[in-house]
Design a protein around this ligand. Structure first.
Ligand code: NAP
Ligand code: MG
Length: 484
């Protein structure tokens, strides 16, 4: 199916696409070409309210559905996504800019998340607690009700489905807001799966973060808010949720460390450090943006990385030859370029990159050169702050304790990796890194079942794991007294 977008996409409420009450829309662009792709309805608080009401209307029947039927329904969604894999892949690339092969991984991940949670719920069980004298508790899990979800633009459909799949699996109804820059894959996903999802179980509101997003987070009738995005907005969402006495889960920023010991498998480590910061043009919350390289291999490794960065073919993600796509918009590009200026002023050595790609088609989009700073110290802002672009900070270390201390000297704690062939050291260092996910001799793998979530300012809550179902449900204890 060749991708042609509709002129305008409505909000998805109660199983139907509908304009915003105001009739207003906003435009959505391709970051590689600057072209307008479509317009989307601009929801305000009154639209969010309609969506929350539609979700509550659907809730009793959805929550009461036999688990086997619900599981099969999730499986049916995964089949539809799989049948439309290439179609959704292209949509994601057109709207987000990422490479087709990156987008394809995202959509494959969507398929797998639905299948994973469809499977998990088939083995869900409650428990029995003996209280003596003929008394006991039955413990079971019940859905929360209607939940709100707000997702970012870097993995538009897969981040949405990391939230939708477990929330639906646990028996909740959903109101979700995609990022304003990338709403299309989620809206088209809804078009594709609407025939199998009962009306009102999934509702999508598109609109601005400060208006529609805040109205959703603050809506008095949602029972949980799940958010992925910046730490600044996450702090706001957490505070709003606290005020309404509802739980929140926050997946926020990061400054993840890749730690390279002299006995690392050179080629694999080199590939992985490049991929860890250049895939998705570095716009990954768990990007490996700090490379801690042992002094014995530092110069040679940085030289090899520099050559690799210089060879990367930056271009439109739709072109199979491209190896790195554009960043999402002009604002993000400015943020990245500002950090290049900051890094130079702090005394780091710009080994390669640092500029916007200019000339010809590059001028229409937002393309950044792969950028490597050497001679970085961990105290520099480029080592402490999330840049969210293809900018790697290379830091030298000499011993294990020193590198653990430096890796942990960060406000964030989302991910990290250790490269060594000494398995004892690998496990020791991975255990000592304060982050929710640490790889040994790998980076950037997130198959369903690998719990994902932050320590410290990277947020709280875990996704892509069966325990995510717990965060979309509440425990009910039924105390039974049988003694006469
Ligand atoms: P953001 O503002 O946190 O946006 C994430 C989501 O939150 C979007 O859907 C956004 O809607 C919404 N939002 C924004 N303000 C809101 C508010 N006051 N209340 C409720 N929802 C709100 O992130 P960004 O501005 O796109 O990017 C800024 C920085 O955040 C990046 O440079 C990067 O460092 C970080 N970031 C992290 C992740 C991650 O995966 N952890 C993802 C994206 C960005 P709109 O799109 O309509 O504004
Ligand atoms: Mg923002």
């Amino acid at each position: 199916m060749a991708v042609t977008f509709k002129e305008t996409y409505g909000l998805f409420i109660g199983g139907e696409f509908t304009p915003a009450l105001s009739g207003e829309t906003f435009d959505v662009f391709n970051p590689a070409t600057g072209e307008k792709l479509a317009a989307a309805a601009k929801a305000e608080a009154a639209d969010v309210d309609r969506a929350v009401k539609a979700a509550w209307s659907a809730f009793p029947q959805w929550a009461a559905m036999n688990v086997r039927d619900r599981s099969e329904l999730l499986w049916a969604i995964s089949d539809i996504v799989e049948e439309n894999l290439e179609y959704l892949t292209e949509i994601e690339t057109l709207n987000n800019g990422k490479l087709l092969r990156e987008a394809r991984c995202d959509i494959e991940d969507v398929v797998d998340q639905f299948r994973y949670f469809a499977s998990c719920i088939r083995s869900g069980e409650g428990s029995y607690v003996d209280q003596g004298d003929g008394n006991f508790n039955i413990l079971k899990r019940e859905p929360l009700g209607v939940v709100g979800q707000i997702v970012p633009w870097n993995y538009p459909l897969s981040m949405a489905c990391w939230k939708i799949a477990p929330a639906m699996a646990a028996g909740n109804c959903i109101v979700i807001k995609p990022a304003s820059s990338t709403p299309l894959s989620l809206l088209i996903f809804a078009e594709l799966v609407q025939s199998v999802i009962p009306a009102g179980v999934l509702n999508i509101v598109t609109g601005g973060g400060g208006s529609c997003g805040e109205a959703l987070a603050a809506h008095p009738d949602i029972r949980k808010i799940a958010f992925t995005g910046s730490t600044a907005v996450g702090a706001k969402i957490g505070a709003i949720a606290g005020g309404n006495i509802i739980p929140s889960t926050l997946e926020l920023g990061g400054k993840s460390a890749q730690i390279l010991f002299p006995d690392c498998q050179w080629d694999r480590a080199l590939d992985s450090v490049c991929e860890g910061i250049l895939s998705n043009a570095g716009q990954i919350c768990s990007a490996g943006s700090r490379a801690f390289i042992h002094a014995d291999i530092y110069d040679e490794f940085v030289q090899a990385l520099t050559e690799r960065f210089q060879a990367v073919k930056v271009g439109n993600g739709m072109d199979d030859e491209s190896e790195m796509g554009p960043v999402i918009d002009s604002h993000q590009l400015e943020v990245i370029l500002d950090y290049v200026t900051i890094g130079k002023a702090e005394g780091a050595r710009l080994a390669t990159g640092g500029n916007r790609k200019c000339g010809g088609d590059f001028d229409k989009g937002y393309f950044m050169e792969p950028t490597l700073f050497a001679d970085v110290t961990n105290q520099m802002r480029i080592a402490q702050e999330e840049i969210f672009g293809p900018v790697l900070a290379c830091i030298r270390f000499t011993d294990e304790k020193e590198v653990i201390d430096m890796a942990n000297d960060s406000p964030y704690g989302l991910a990290g990796s250790v490269w060594t062939q000494d398995i004892n050291r690998g496990i020791r260092v991975a255990g000592a890194i304060g982050a929710g996910l640490v790889w040994i001799n790998a980076f950037g793998l997130y198959p369903a079942g690998t719990s994902f979530g932050g320590y410290k300012k990277s947020g709280y809550g875990r996704e892509a794991h069966k325990t995510t179902l717990d965060s979309y449900s509440q425990m009910k204890s039924i105390f039974v007294a049988t003694a006469e």
